[in-house]
Design a protein around this ligand. Structure first.
Ligand SMILES: [Zn+2]
Length: 272
C-alpha cells in the first residue's frame, strides 16, 4: 500500500509537470505571433515593377546569369542620420580597419551620416528612392548631372551611399543563394568592403534605358560614352574599368569621386 501511494505521488508529480510544460509551450506559441523575419520592402506597394539586372564586381557580379532583382530594391531608402552629432570640422576620413583585401575587395569605412546629402532619386515606374552622397561628392555630382542635362541626357543615381548594414543585408542574401562567402564575394562586396560605404561612389543609369541598369550593356549607351568623356571634368572616375588591378569585373555604371583630398585618400590604395 505504501508503495502504491508512493507510486501515486510520483505519478501526480509527473502529470503536473507535463501539464505545466504543455501550458508554457502553448503560451509561448501564442505569444510568437510576430514573424521572426519581417518582410522587406519588396512586399511594399512602392516596389518597382521592373526587374533590376545583375551587376558585377563591387555590386554584384560579372556572372551573366541569374539576375537578382531583389537586392537593390530592398535597400533602405534613408541612410542612418546621426542628427544629434555636430559636424566634425575635419578633413580626415575614418580609417577602415578590416583585413586588407577580401577576394579583390578593399576595406572602406562608413561615411558619417551628418555628411550625407541627397543627390536625387532613383526612379523606375512608380518606384522612387532617395540616394545620398558625401557632401563633397554631392556637389560635384549635381554639377555633372546639370551638364548631362544640357547634353540632353537623363542620368540618374541608382545607388550612392550604402551603410555597412545595407551591405550586410545584400551580401547575406548572396551567401544564402550561392552557399559561401567566397562565392558571394564574386557577386557582391562583403560588408565593410564596398566603395559605396564612403559616400564617394555612385552607380549611374540612364533614366530612359532601364533595361541597361547595372548591366555591361550600359557600356553601349550614349550616357556611358558621355560619362567617359566628361565625368573626369567633375573629378569622377570609373572604379572598375576593364582589367583593373583589383581584379574586379568591369562596371561601366560604377563611378567614384576623387576630387578632394578626403576623397582621394579613401581610394589611394585602390588606385595604386
Ligand atoms: Zn556600385
Amino acid at each position: 500500500m505504501k508503495g502504491f501511494r508512493k507510486f501515486l505521488g510520483y505519478f501526480q508529480f509527473v502529470a503536473i509537470s507535463l501539464l505545466t510544460t504543455a501550458v508554457v509551450v502553448w503560451l509561448a506559441a501564442k505569444l510568437q505571433l510576430v514573424p521572426s523575419d519581417p518582410p522587406l520592402s519588396q512586399n511594399s506597394p512602392s516596389s518597382p515593377t521592373v526587374s533590376t539586372p545583375a551587376p558585377s564586381g563591387d555590386d554584384r557580379s560579372s556572372r551573366p546569369v541569374s539576375p537578382q532583382p531583389d537586392l537593390y530594391e530592398n535597400l533602405p531608402s534613408l541612410p542612418q542620420q546621426s542628427s544629434p552629432q555636430p559636424v566634425v570640422p575635419t578633413t580626415v576620413p575614418r580609417v577602415a580597419t578590416a583585413p586588407k583585401n577580401f577576394h579583390g575587395h578593399l576595406p572602406y569605412a562608413e561615411d558619417e551620416g551628418s555628411r550625407l546629402v541627397s543627390v536625387g532619386e532613383f526612379v523606375r515606374g512608380t518606384y522612387r528612392r532617395q540616394e545620398y552622397l558625401d557632401q563633397e561628392a554631392a556637389t560635384a555630382f549635381n554639377q555633372l548631372l546639370a551638364a548631362a542635362t544640357k547634353a540632353n541626357l537623363t542620368l540618374q543615381p541608382i545607388s550612392g551611399f550604402r551603410s555597412v548594414d545595407d551591405q550586410t543585408e545584400l551580401f547575406e542574401k548572396q551567401v544564402q543563394k550561392y552557399g559561401s562567402r567566397e562565392a558571394a564575394a564574386k557577386l557582391s562586396a562583403p560588408p565593410g568592403y564596398s566603395e559605396h560605404h564612403t559616400g564617394y561612389a555612385i552607380d549611374i543609369s540612364d533614366r530612359d534605358q532601364p533595361e541597361k541598369d547595372l548591366k555591361l550593356a550600359f557600356e553601349k549607351t550614349t550616357a556611358y560614352r558621355w560619362l567617359s568623356a566628361n565625368a573626369g571634368n567633375y573629378d569622377f572616375e570609373l572604379s572598375f574599368p576593364p582589367n583593373n588591378t583589383q581584379g574586379v569585373s568591369f562596371e561601366p555604371w560604377h563611378w567614384r569621386y576623387i576630387g578632394t583630398q578626403r576623397a582621394a585618400v579613401q581610394f589611394a590604395s585602390a588606385r595604386s
